[in-house]
Design a protein around this ligand. Structure first.
Ligand code: NAI
Ligand code: MG
Length: 355
């Protein structure tokens, strides 16, 4: 099998962590007899410096001709004073829109050797293995009408929370499909006690569930979910929710494990898929070769599972990461006394040794 991958390293630590992910993919490609054809593209500040545009047409073309996009991170002080629509981050927002990515997938998993870095008690966080699936195209972020105006002599601002049936259906399907390959439980999160749109959300999720009766479905109000995630995060498997609730819940879920440098993500659409670490370009440590490459390596593992349909290869990488942590190798961001401090390249080598 042959896959075309658009590689967009971006700014700051982006190029360093992408290099690590590509090294790991090399090993996987030999082991599983698949081939990758990489096309590198400029994005973010790096692209602004070269072309004046955070997402040059050439980069977008590369993405659209690929099976998947592997993305590092964008942004940095150097470009912070540009107007919002010219900034590095705009390149990322435009890619997401152009590729029609409608689902954001963010796993949060507790690694036993890192339990002490979680803000939660060890016994609460131990064994956590959940995924937040956030709808990306609809909701109050894009609903019309929206605006600012003067009514009855005072200023008002308003947005419209709206979901179309087809948007709910397609994300619900993804949720149930994902749950089938996991612990077979979906928690759909809404605010159906007060919102009309949530009433529809719940109705449509129930209808889609009829085709997935082997998966357990529960509905939960978003405020309750925010609380239960802290109280008993272990009970969640797949959490599916709309754009704004998902924005908040996914950050909360990410913070449970307490290690930004470990969190991967995928965003998928009908035709394209996009893989990136959760974290940003970490300008404070850029160029030092000490960034934690694990979030990006695990993002590549998600690519192997979702785009390349090689779940076994993804499991291999996850196991290698677990082993490395068990063997006490740590980059600076997750280091604690008594463990071995390694840099980006050494961490990558240790993971590869265990593949
Ligand atoms: P950040 O995620 O870049 O960094 C936050 C803190 O975590 C820093 O201390 C950083 O050193 C550390 N960190 C992050 N990733 C790490 C890794 N892999 N290994 C070790 N330490 C790591 O967020 P921040 O500082 O708010 O933003 C920096 C720049 O990144 C800004 O320009 C921001 O707009 C951009 N950004 C880009 C994102 C993207 O490309 N998807 C997402 C978030 C921020
Ligand atoms: Mg957010």
């Amino acid at each position: 099998k042959h896959f075309k991958i658009a590689v967009l390293p971006g700014d700051g630590i982006g190029p360093e962590i992408i290099e690590s992910a590509l090294k790991v993919l090399d090993v996987i490609s030999k082991k599983y007899g698949i081939t990758f054809e990489y096309k590198h593209g400029l994005v973010g500040g790096a692209a602004i410096d070269e072309t004046g545009d955070p997402l040059p047409p050439e980069t977008l073309k590369i993405c659209k001709e690929s099976d998947a996009v592997l993305f590092g991170a964008v942004g940095g002080e150097k470009w912070d004073n540009l107007p919002t629509d010219k900034r590095p981050e705009k390149g990322l927002l435009r890619i997401r829109k152009e590729l029609e990515l409608f689902a954001n997938i963010r796993p949060a998993k507790a690694y036993a050797p890192l339990l002490s870095s979680s803000p939660l008690k060890e016994e609460v966080i131990k064994g956590v293995d959940l995924v937040v699936l956030r709808e990306l195209t609809g909701d109050v972020y894009f609903g019309e009408p929206r605006g600012r105006e003067v009514r009855n002599g005072e200023r008002v601002g308003y947005n419209t929370m709206i979901y179309y049936e087809h948007e709910i259906k397609r994300i619900a399907k993804v949720a149930f499909e994902m749950a089938r390959n996991r612990r077979k439980k979906v928690t759909s999160v809404d605010k159906a006690n007060v919102l009309e749109v949530s009433g529809l959300w719940r109705e449509v999720v129930n209808e889609v569930h009829a085709d997935y009766l082997d998966v357990d479905l529960e509905h939960m109000y978003v405020d309750n979910c925010a609380m239960q995630l802290i109280r008993r995060p272990k009970d969640f498997d797949v959490i599916v929710t709309g754009n704004i609730f998902g924005d908040i819940i996914s950050d909360e879920a990410g913070a449970l494990t307490g290690s930004l440098g470990m969190l991967p993500s995928a965003s998928i659409g009908e035709r394209y898929a996009f893989y990136e670490p959760i974290h940003g370009s970490a300008p404070d440590i850029a160029g030092k070769g000490i960034a934690n490459p694990i979030a990006t390596i695990l993002s590549a593992a998600m690519m192997l599972e979702i785009t390349c349909k090689l779940p076994q290869a993804a499991r291999d990488i996850e196991k290698a990461v677990e082993k490395v942590l068990e063997d006490d190798y740590r980059t600076a961001d997750i280091w604690s006394p008594g463990t071995k401090k390694v840099n980006t390249a050494e961490m990558t080598e240790e993971i590869i040794k265990r593949l």
